[in-house]
Design a protein around this ligand. Sequence first.
Ligand SMILES: NC(=O)C1=CN([C@@H]2O[C@H](COP(=O)(O)OP(=O)(O)OC[C@H]3O[C@@H](n4cnc5c(N)ncnc54)[C@H](O)[C@@H]3O)[C@@H](O)[C@H]2O)C=CC1
Ligand SMILES: O=C(O)[C@@H]1CCC=N1
Length: 273
Amino acid sequence: MKVTIIGGGSMAEALIAGWTAQEYIRPGDIYVTNRSNDIRLAELARLYSIKTSRDTHELINNTDFLILSCKPKDWMEALKPYLPYLHNETVIISVMAGVTTASMQKAAPNSPVIRSMPNTSAAVCASMTSLAFGPGVSEEHISKTEFLFRGVGETAVIEESMMDAVTALTGTGPAYIYYLMESMEKAAANIGVPEHIGRELVAQTLIGASRRVQKEEATPSDLYMQIMSPGGTTEAGFNVLKERGVQEALIDCIAKAYERSQELGKNPSPPEV
Ligand SMILES: NC(=O)C1=CN([C@@H]2O[C@H](COP(=O)(O)OP(=O)(O)OC[C@H]3O[C@@H](n4cnc5c(N)ncnc54)[C@H](O)[C@@H]3O)[C@@H](O)[C@H]2O)C=CC1
Ligand SMILES: O=C(O)[C@@H]1CCC=N1
């Protein structure tokens, strides 16, 4: 399988790291390019032994997948040089928030277009990647794309109408989890646990909690109620979360990210601040 990635940022690197970790894809079969940062391309080549280029023909030649991993506002300009070379066996995959298969199909009418939403946990082959297929994508291209993303974690095929929702939930989601972890680390330091120890303890606590949610029938609420003894430590902590409206804040946070993903599809420029 040969892959060309347009954009060499955080998401591209996470995918490259995941695909090359166990040689799911041979490093020599991955090409990456970016807008202008040669130092960044050299760094990616050094870290993962992949190929880099700025030659459109070299980048597109013989590739099975052209992955758009630039910001939503940049994709049309980024794709333009490749348009004359595209044909019905060059699968275009977007990892971008907001950009619809309809707009990609309009730009590249002869190519199968696929919208994906992975996350940066691809770097450790633990991404949750959702996939939505444009009209007319063949079974063969669907199964090849699923295979591609199974190399960096779990996949789900969804209706495209759900893409903005999963962007908010799983594309963006790891950032909120890291913020929670940072908060727990800060709390640990405040109560006398050194940062490096706190980080390990917090990470394993999150792994254990998610594993139970994945493996057991119990809901998250069942599981936290098991931990909460009346008058105990958990209840004392929960009272603060409730007083401060933390659950409502998290619900609003995901809703805002969802709205922003919808906006990016229509107006990809950064919001006024
Ligand atoms: N960072 C994340 O956690 C996730 C990001 N995404 C999506 O992935 C995409 C990339 O995000 P990041 O990697 O975070 O962004 P980034 O800003 O780190 O990287 C963007 C890359 O696109 C390149 N680029 C811009 N214009 C270009 C052009 N005309 N030709 C070639 N390359 C060009 C830039 O040089 C840069 O290498 C975004 O659309 C984002 O919505 C999706 C899921 C998670
Ligand atoms: O913040 C963003 O727009 C991207 C999309 C999903 C995660 N990061």
